[in-house]
Design a protein around this ligand. Structure first.
Ligand code: ZN
Length: 174
């Protein structure tokens, strides 16, 4: 596995090119210009570079997923507590009994209609904290293709870029 040459946020229609600029700085610095992300710093420790990219992906998640969730919630006439953006391996999102929603920044790598599908799913949990028939009926009101989308989502989960979830440190131990 190598560091990525580009980062494709399908959900946003953005493809970022990466430009690695090795320098004597030990800290990794990222700077954006257009859709070019320049990574400057010591490249010796790939895991450190990867961590900087993950932090950037999470920042993009906060920037884009939070307002997106707010829009969909408004369409659905629902209100929630706080939103947290994480990078998780197993879940696209979750909703707690306290009405707080977690979203996976990995959603940015999916087509936009699947992001909407996940947002509708989690927001519907504000009304039903289960997957009862009543839950699915409410999902269907806003996501008529939810069954198909659910299947597609599983397939896309397997196609996420490897560097998102596989640390370079783990590689050393193999
Ligand atoms: Zn659920």
């Amino acid at each position: 596995m190598d560091l990525p040459e580009s980062i494709d946020f399908s959900a946003l229609g953005q493809k970022w090119a990466l430009d690695y600029q090795p320098s004597s700085l030990s800290r990794i610095q990222l700077s954006e210009q257009g859709f070019m992300l320049t990574v400057t710093g010591g490249m010796g420790d790939k895991e450190q570079v990867r961590q900087a990219l993950l932090a950037w992906v999470k920042k993009k998640g906060r920037q884009h997923l939070k307002p997106w969730l707010a829009d969909v919630a408004q369409d659905m006439g629902l209100s929630y507590g706080s939103v947290a953006i994480r990078l998780q391996k197993r879940r696209w999102g979750s909703c707690s009994a306290k009405r707080n929603i977690n979203l996976n920044a990995g959603l940015l790598f999916l087509p936009d209609f699947l992001v909407r599908h996940v947002l509708i799913h989690e927001l519907t949990h504000l009304k039903h904290l289960n997957h009862s028939p009543a839950f699915w009926q409410d999902v269907k009101r806003f996501d008529t293709n939810y069954k198909e989308n659910r299947k597609l989502l599983q397939q896309y989960g397997l196609k996420l870029p490897m560097w998102l979830h596989q640390s370079f440190d783990d590689n050393l131990h193999k």
